[in-house]
Ligand binder design. Structure first.
Ligand code: DGY
Length: 321
């Protein structure tokens, strides 16, 4: 059987490809920390049967229209806002993502970020790094309590559930807002459904876990920040574009909210000169939600299995519907 051509848009460990080498001829962008240039991606896509993409690769009508052999795009992320799903359907290209396998790992990161922002962990670490620790003091780097506070989770998918579970271990009151109510989750975890407004007004911690869609773009705008408690801490582990970053900066400057923890930004990567990265009241991370070694390996294997299934004419494990 002739081998199908798969283009992988970032360097991934060769040993993970070995089990698939009889079936596929792999080509790969050989850099780990640099995205594939657009012209290279367009060129490679032209004769590929499958594309293995990162969330930083734009898969749009222009690419799909030229990729006449393409049957599958396997995206190494649960989010797929980098892919034009309507155009993919039009061109009969199946898109897959990596849900479920990353939920617990991403929930771990979300909760770590919440704790880091609340207890000023990064600022405190820098304090020693900068040799500012002269003496113990009663309110030195005093942060906010986490236990027994109210957390508002915006988006109750698997990652949201993972965060809710962790929050119950801290005796937090858990509220959530989601497009559809989740009675089973409410019953199992004792979480309370709230309107979006209620969530903003009542929560001490607001955690965004929603996918980026037309409805969620810019939902955290100045109006939303104004509704939050002045002591609120805002956490975003979903996509940067759900937040109006200027409005967030303004809310922090004016004391409308207390602090933020951000794993995602409108334009990634950000530099150290980014106004959000310059602040002590914001913890910034370089989009590492699902980045544990175990989970990234599982995600890569899932992408390869999805590609195999589609090219074998079978239903992939995790298609984007
Ligand atoms: C995803 O999978 O969409 C996450 O943002 C990756 O960390």
């Amino acid at each position: 059987m002739e081998k199908s051509t798969i283009y992988i848009t970032r360097k991934i460990p060769e040993e993970l490809l070995k089990p698939y080498e009889e079936r596929f001829s792999f080509r790969m962008w050989e850099k780990e920390d640099e995205r594939v240039p657009r012209d290279v991606l367009l060129q490679e896509a032209k004769d590929a049967d499958g594309l293995f993409t990162m969330l930083s690769d734009l898969v749009d009508e222009e690419l799909l229209a030229q990729a006449s052999n393409l049957k599958v795009v396997a995206n190494l992320a649960v989010g797929y806002d980098n892919i034009d799903i309507v155009a993919a359907k039009k061109h009969h290209v199946i898109v897959t993502n990596t849900p479920d396998v990353l939920s617990e790992t991403t929930a771990d990161l979300g909760f770590s970020l919440l704790m880091a922002a609340a207890r000023r962990i990064v600022e405190a670490s820098k304090f020693i790094e900068q040799d500012k620790w002269n003496e113990w003091a009663p309110y030195l780097l005093a942060g906010a309590d986490i236990h027994h506070k109210t957390i508002g989770i915006f988006g109750m998918g698997r990652i949201g559930e993972g965060i809710a579970k962790r929050a119950t271990g801290f005796n937090m009151n858990v509220r959530y807002h989601n497009r559809n109510r989740k009675p089973a989750v409410e019953k199992e975890l004792g979480v309370i459904y709230s309107s979006f407004d209620e969530l903003l007004r009542e929560s001490d911690f607001i955690v965004s876990v929603v996918p980026l869609t037309d409805e969620t773009a810019n939902v955290f705008n100045s109006e939303a920040f104004k509704k939050m408690k002045s002591s609120a801490i805002f956490i975003n582990i979903s996509r940067g574009a759900v937040v109006d970053e200027d409005a967030l900066l303004e809310a922090l400057d004016s004391g409308e909210i207390r602090a933020a923890g951000l794993d995602v930004f409108r334009e990634e990567p950000i530099r150290s000169s980014h106004p959000l990265a310059l602040r002590n009241d914001v913890v910034c991370l370089p989009h590492i939600g699902s980045a544990s070694t175990e989970t990234r390996t599982t995600m890569i294997q899932l992408c390869l299995d999805n590609i195999t299934a589609v090219l074998d004419g079978k239903e992939p494990k995790t298609p984007v519907k």
